[in-house]
Design a protein around this ligand. Structure first.
Ligand code: PGA
Length: 254
């Protein structure tokens, strides 16, 4: 059975004391989250807080710390980079890869993202692979082809055994940080399409077992409806994940 996942992408936000308070609150309110084997929570703070956050959640089952990115390299003279090997060595087991902000501001293309995914998997880290079209692609009704290409040029190059470890996040760029969430119908249509593509490429069981998260202006009031859709297995939350009460309410809705 595929997992339901609520993930908070903190991006480049929060000073140390605020980041720590947020993790502390989530740990203190742990019971409210209703986590289990089939419903997990991921928190993705900046690299500088990963180790501390990891220590704070250590004995909380089904709650995990995720990185927001990793290097294409394992180690070496790559100033400023952080490798999947390092993440694994501090106990990190999830990593966001291919967020649209990385694609846009750091020119990360399918080839680079594929290498990052291979690095993550080689270090026992589960990649959360992000895909999503921009407004122009949506307006021109090219979004199905666009997403298909994003999958085909990257994660569909993985062997079945590795693809099994992937989480997908569909995040239409026009909905990220804009307050303009995709409608449930728009999101479900794309999630069902992605699942169909997985079935065609791999098989029905893998398609059934792959968690596909929605991201883009998810908040405490729209989460419940999104989660009713059968192919939406949770959310990758940006802005609302920085506010304890909002984030917990999203988790409760799942
Ligand atoms: P948002 O960001 O929830 O602030 O729209 C989502 C994301 O970028 O993952």
């Amino acid at each position: 059975m595929r997992k339901k996942i609520i993930a908070g992408n903190w991006k480049m936000n929060l000073k140390k004391e605020d980041a720590f308070t947020l993790v502390d609150n989530i740990v203190a309110g742990y019971q409210r989250l209703g986590l289990s084997e089939n419903k997990i929570m991921l928190l993705a703070p900046s690299f500088v807080y990963l180790n501390f956050a990891q220590e704070k959640i250590e004995n909380k089952e089904h709650l995990y710390i995720a990185a927001q990115d990793c290097s294409v390299h394992n180690s070496g003279a790559y100033t400023g980079e952080v490798s999947a090997m390092m993440l694994q060595s501090i106990g990190i087991s999830y990593c966001i890869i291919g967020h649209s902000e990385r694609r846009q501001y750091h020119n990360e293309d399918a080839e680079i993202l594929y290498l990052k995914i291979k690095q993550a998997i080689a270090n026992q880290i589960i990649p959360i692979f992000c895909c999503g079209e921009d407004l122009e692609t949506r307006t021109q009704e090219q979004y199905f082809d666009f997403i298909k290409r994003q999958l085909e040029t990257c994660i569909f190059k993985l062997e079945e055994e590795d693809f099994n470890k992937i989480i997908i996040a569909y995040e239409p760029i026009w909905a990220i940080g804009t307050g303009k969430t995709a409608t449930v119908a728009q999101a479900e249509e794309m999630h069902a399409y992605i699942r169909k593509l997985i079935e065609e490429k791999y098989n029905k069981q893998i398609a059934h077992n792959t968690s596909i998260l929605y991201g883009g202006s998810v908040n405490a009031s729209n989460a419940k409806n999104l989660f009713l859709a059968q192919d939406i297995d949770g959310a990758l939350v940006g802005g609302a994940s920085l506010k304890y009460e909002d984030f917990v309410q999203i988790a409760e809705a799942l």
